[in-house]
Design a protein around this ligand. Structure first.
Ligand code: KIV
Length: 277
């Protein structure tokens, strides 16, 4: 490889090979500018179905459609060159049968260029994961708190506490055996996440699962302080872009009302030099 060769995006097998190594870095993205900002810093970027809540104002991820995922996936793809893109399968697009899952996963990958899909579920989704992987679709699994199941889980609760830890361990083992190349662990006690990370041969990607996982992911709007409807305990805000943006908009409104914007430097005169706008 020449010194000037461009870094190419990792593939699912490159992510799998990072098990036990330097922690994998990941964020969600939904737009081209956000994807451009994180491309050089993340190993993979997830076009998450959290897009429904953070960009579309939906009360949960349940209303997210294939069309929404494809539109945002295409936007994110335009902003990435060195990070891998993974895309979420929305609620209702894969649970019915492995065939339904294949049809929709293939469409997501073909129409967005994503390198893998992510779907929620453990033991019950293992046959579907195996079906997809055998047919050329890399799958990232997602166990623990699975937001598409809030109506059966009874809300956004910590998962796997006490004896429920055994079922969560079984879920993680099942998706790994089915061929998933990595697994997201959401909102589980750190000690359980550590035990799962030791037990499975694929990278664990934590969100609310402690520092012992093989990698971390956050929703970008949460960590930038853009989504402020609520803040989960596991979110660290690295910026306050929502508050900063509102303050900037308030300044603009004040200046427009006071006629101090636009100022002379923003205004065109009659006598522009030849050839200048
Ligand atoms: O949709 C999403 O943002 C996710 C992450 C929380 C992992 O699934």
């Amino acid at each position: 490889m020449s010194a000037t060769a461009k870094k190419t995006a990792p593939m699912a097998e490159d992510i799998r090979a990072r098990k036990g190594g330097e922690p994998l870095v990941s964020l969600t993205a939904y737009t081209t500018p956000m994807a451009q900002m994180m491309d050089a810093h993340c190993d993979f970027v997830l076009v998450g179905d959290s897009v429904g809540m953070v960009l579309h104002g939906l009360p949960s991820t349940l209303g997210v459609t294939m069309e929404m995922m494809i539109l945002h996936g295409q936007a994110v793809a335009r902003g990435l060159s060195s990070a891998m893109m993974v895309i979420d399968m929305p609620f209702g697009s894969y649970e019915e049968s492995p065939q339904q899952a294949f049809r929709n996963a293939a469409r997501l990958m073909a129409e967005t260029g994503a390198g893998a899909v992510k779907l929620e579920g453990g033991v019950e989704m293992a046959p579907t994961i195996a079906f997809l992987v055998k047919r050329g679709i890399p799958v990232m699994a997602h166990v623990g708190l699975t937001p598409q199941s809030i109506n059966t889980l009874g809300g956004y609760k910590v998962q796997g506490r006490g004896t429920a830890g055994e079922a969560l361990m079984a879920d993680a083992r099942a998706v790994a055996e089915a061929g998933a190349f990595s697994v997201v662990l959401e909102k589980v006690p750190a000690s359980l996440a550590d035990a799962v990370t030791q037990a499975v041969p694929i990278p664990t990607i934590g969100i609310g699962a402690g520092a012992g996982c093989d990698g971390q992911i956050l929703v970008v709007d949460d960590m930038l302080g853009l989504f402020t409807a609520f803040k989960a305990k596991f979110v660290k805000r690295y910026a306050t872009l929502g508050a900063d943006g509102e303050a900037a908009i308030a300044d603009y409104a004040r200046e427009v009302r006071a006629r101090s914007f636009p100022a002379p430097e923003h205004v065109f005169g009659d006598d522009a030099p030849e050839g200048k706008a």
